[in-house]
Design a protein around this ligand. Structure first.
Ligand code: PMP
Length: 423
């Protein structure tokens, strides 16, 4: 039995009053709070072993390199990826957005003929198809829309059902023999819906397309194993999984990372550089990690990954399900509509809602005055809002530190919104 009160106590930020009320933090889909052990890991790194990694012969450089690579292995262990030297499948990025842009740029480079024969499998030309879904965060939508514009590929998407779930049942029609890239969210950042990705991945592979998973909203909440899922690439951010801002990770099957040309160029990614000859790039993951890395943040992200595993992803998943059940009671309030699945099945504790007649910013302010933090706006997912006939919404989202009482406090506050605004 996990003591979730003891877990909550590990998050110092939660122990404060906001506008005279105890803070109720229900905005973990935007960013999660950090346990003390993660906060300590970053400062401990700076106090003891700070140095540039993979360069320099001195002791601190060796220790920081070791810590950096160990962190990569810890993150790999969280998502079922390889980390042995020469088989690494985790690339350090500046976040999910950076990882998705890295992929789109690298595929664009392959389409220009870069990367030799090995990279041809990624090359796009007019008539080829890139497929996303209407549920995507702009960080998936825009890089791949741009990639389509640059290569002349056709941009297509999965539609959503009434509850905002990706219509996986249409995979055979949406994905065709001309589809080369499929990029889909694992969990909708607005709807909280877990996408039924298996039929989409099966179909993508049947036609020889690569499948890219946006794992931003799954890795923090669900037990995820990229090998078992058979995804080709996956991107997510450390700051939503109890780790620091400024870093994220890109998973890639080893043979695909080896075939993919680089996207960013500079120091620490090249074996040989000449004035008059093409450079020879390093093997992955270094090939994709140009420039000085955010070492302290990566080390702390490794601590976050270990911390999550020590709590147990199944325990986190089960605990947040109880929060989701409570948050879904928002749908019982008169004039409140949930944008996403109403049943507590195949969804996480991210619940977006509309309060009829009250603008989300007014809702947010009313809620904030009671010390409750939720997100209002379009959550960087405008197409999904349009799907629901809205431009913006309110979103409550859980983390491991939330209690059922947090959700109850929110539901009670939302219950008073319409009367307050006299609608
Ligand atoms: N995809 C999803 C589903 C997200 O929720 C987010 C973060 N809001 C992103 C991508 C982008 O992540 P980041 O801003 O950390 O790069």
């Amino acid at each position: 039995m996990v003591d979730f009160q003891a877990i909550r106590d590990q998050f110092p930020i939660l122990n404060q009053q906001i506008h005279g009320h105890p803070l109720v933090y229900l905005d973990s889909a935007a960013t999660s709070q950090k346990p003390q052990t993660v906060i300590d890991a970053e400062s401990e790194f700076y106090r003891t072993i700070n140095a540039g990694v993979h360069r320099g012969a001195h002791e601190l450089a060796a220790l920081s390199t070791e810590a950096f690579e160990q962190a990569r292995a810890k993150v790999a262990a969280l998502v079922g990826a390889n980390a042995a030297e020469g088989e690494e499948e985790i690339v350090v990025t500046a976040g999910a957005t950076a990882g998705l842009n890295l992929l789109a740029t690298a595929i664009g480079n392959a389409s220009l003929g870069r990367g030799g024969d090995a990279a041809k499998r990624f090359a796009l030309k007019p008539g080829d198809e890139i497929v996303v879904s209407k549920a995507e965060h702009h960080s998936v939508l825009l890089p791949f829309q741009e990639l389509a514009a640059r290569t002349g590929a056709t941009f297509k998407w999965f539609d959503l059902d009434d509850e905002g779930r990706v219509r996986s049942d249409t995979a055979d029609e949406v994905i065709t023999e001309r589809t080369k890239v499929v990029a889909i969210t694992h969990v909708g950042n607005t709807t909280g819906a877990i996408t039924d990705i298996a039929p989409i991945i099966r179909r993508a592979h049947e036609v020889g397309a690569i499948f890219i998973l946006d794992a931003c909203q799954s890795v923090p909440h669900l037990a995820v194993n990229f090998h078992a899922l058979d995804v080709d690439f996956a991107a997510w951010s450390a700051h939503k999984m109890y780790g620091p801002t400024g870093v994220g990770f890109l998973y890639g099957k080893r043979e695909l990372l080896e075939a993919l040309p680089p996207a960013n160029f500079g120091g620490s990614m090249v074996e040989l550089a000449w004035m008059d000859q093409p450079a020879q790039y390093m093997a992955p993951p270094a090939r994709f990690e140009a420039g000085t890395q955010p070492v302290a943040q990566v080390v702390a992200a490794g601590v976050a990954a270990d911390w999550m595993r020590s709590v147990g992803m199944e325990n986190i998943e089960a605990h947040e399900k109880t929060i989701a059940a409570e948050l879904l009671k928002l749908g019982d309030i008169d004039g409140v509509r949930i944008l996403g699945p109403r049943e507590n099945v195949n969804r996480i504790g991210t619940v977006a809602f509309d309060v009829q007649g009250v603008h989300p910013h007014d809702v947010g302010q009313f809620i904030d005055a009671q010390g409750i933090a939720i997100r209002v706006g379009h959550h960087c997912a405008q197409p999904v809002h349009r799907h629901f006939g809205l431009f913006a919404s309110n979103r409550a989202s859980s983390g491991v530190y939330n209690s059922v009482q947090d959700a109850q406090v929110l539901v009670e506050a939302v219950g008073k919104v319409r009367a307050f605004f006299r609608v």
